[in-house]
Design a protein around this ligand. Structure first.
Ligand code: SF4
Length: 379
């Protein structure tokens, strides 16, 4: 008994079951993304997907056999796991076990990059089948590109919601048309607003991603302000920060070489987040800095009641002496801490290496390259 598992899911779906409904990305042209570059997009048949859901339900039942009044007999489960003959079966079994124990059977995420591209009738049938076979699931979530969202009619969104689709994650990345074009996103601000509003009107939660730095130095201000404009128009439930970095080997490198893209410094990207927040009006979604790529991990909060606190928090970092900022930037990029007030709690060895880098690497290009060496691993 096996089911397919795709390569990625949002961090908030770490404890979810992963159901592969489509394979790879139907767009596959974003210049910053290398995830599916060598792979062809396919939709899977509803029949195959149902078999995967059956396999998930089967493993759930196998594991729950060892549930005695809410307590799992882990050594018996381990013996069953050891008997499985393939690594795929073991991966599937472990995922279901993890979903039960860590995820409390709460959610399922529909992979891969743009599942909403599937015909609404098929998707409705799949979601209905999930609800039937895995009734304990409380949240069904999917990725959906803005150009796909804007093509789905309001009626279809209602249909998906009533079948049981709860949340859509969408990589808006930026609200600026100039930046969208530059990074090859293949979507527009209008599509983001149309699609986002329809999803929200159907009471489907919308979680969008913003990439500070995606427009480089040229479009830095536009990236911040136009993204705020989209957020203001749509009022998404979540805005998730994904600081932009030119990944080695990505098509963005060609833009750097041709002079079309000059990457913002680490601090300029933080200033974009601040500027975006300063332009937010009448929103009440949650801003999450839920990725290690972001400089300040603690910029989190509701866009109404926490807005000023988040801006103040960024300002309190920006007014620090440059030496302290630099030390924290190094520590953060090396993965030692996400909070500059905790720097003196780092272990002595780490503090020593940070000191050395701070002393020996001058600000500017060299310093940014040092930080990027580490950031390249995080994306
Ligand atoms: S739509 Fe998403 S998965 Fe597809 S190329 Fe763009 S960023 Fe990558």
């Amino acid at each position: 008994m096996e089911f397919q598992i795709g390569p990625i899911r949002p961090p908030s779906e770490a404890n979810s079951l992963l159901l592969r409904v489509t394979e790879n990305c139907p767009w596959n042209k974003c210049k910053f993304c290398m995830l599916y570059k060598t792979k062809q997009f396919h939709t899977r048949t509803v029949e195959d997907i149902k078999k995967d859901i059956d396999a998930m339900a089967y493993y759930r039942d196998e594991i729950q056999k060892y549930n005695n009044n809410g307590k799992l007999n882990v050594s018996a489960i381990q013996k069953e796991f050891d008997k499985l003959s393939t690594s795929n079966e073991k991966e599937c079994y472990y995922m279901v076990f993890h979903w039960i124990t860590e995820g409390n059977c709460h959610s399922i995420f529909l992979q891969d990059a743009n599942t909403l591209v599937l015909k609404t009738e098929w998707l409705t049938e799949i979601i209905t089948y999930i609800r039937q076979k895995l009734p304990e699931i409380q949240r069904i979530t999917s990725y959906g590109r803005a150009d796909t969202l804007c093509r789905i009619t309001q009626e279809q969104f209602y249909q998906l919601k009533s079948a049981g689709l709860d949340r859509i994650h969408s990589g808006f990345e930026t609200g600026s048309d100039d930046v969208l074009q530059l990074i090859g996103k293949g979507t527009t601000q209008k599509q983001q607003i149309d699609g986002g509003k329809k999803a929200k009107k159907a009471s489907i939660e919308l979680s969008i991603y913003f990439m500070p730095g995606a427009g480089g130095k040229k479009y830095s201000e536009k990236n911040a302000i136009e993204t705020a404009n989209v957020i203001n128009a749509v009022n998404p439930d979540f805005v998730r920060l994904r600081t932009f970095v030119v990944k080695s080997g990505s098509l963005m490198e060609d833009l750097v070489k041709s002079g079309e893209f000059a990457e913002c410094s680490d601090i300029q990207k933080l200033l974009e987040i601040k500027m975006m927040l300063e332009h937010i009006q009448n929103c009440n979604g949650y801003l999450a800095s839920d990725h290690i790529i972001n400089l300040l991990q603690n910029v989190n909060g509701y866009l109404d009641k926490d807005l000023n606190n988040m801006i103040d928090y960024i300002n309190s970092f920006l007014i620090l002496p440059r030496k302290i900022q630099r030390k924290y930037q190094i520590a953060r990029r090396m993965g030692f801490t996400g909070d500059w007030t905790m720097m003196d709690k780092l272990d002595i060895q780490h503090q020593y290496s940070i000191e050395q880098y701070e002393k020996n690497v001058p600000d500017g290009e060299q310093f940014e390259s040092l930080l990027k060496q580490y950031m390249d691993f995080y994306i």
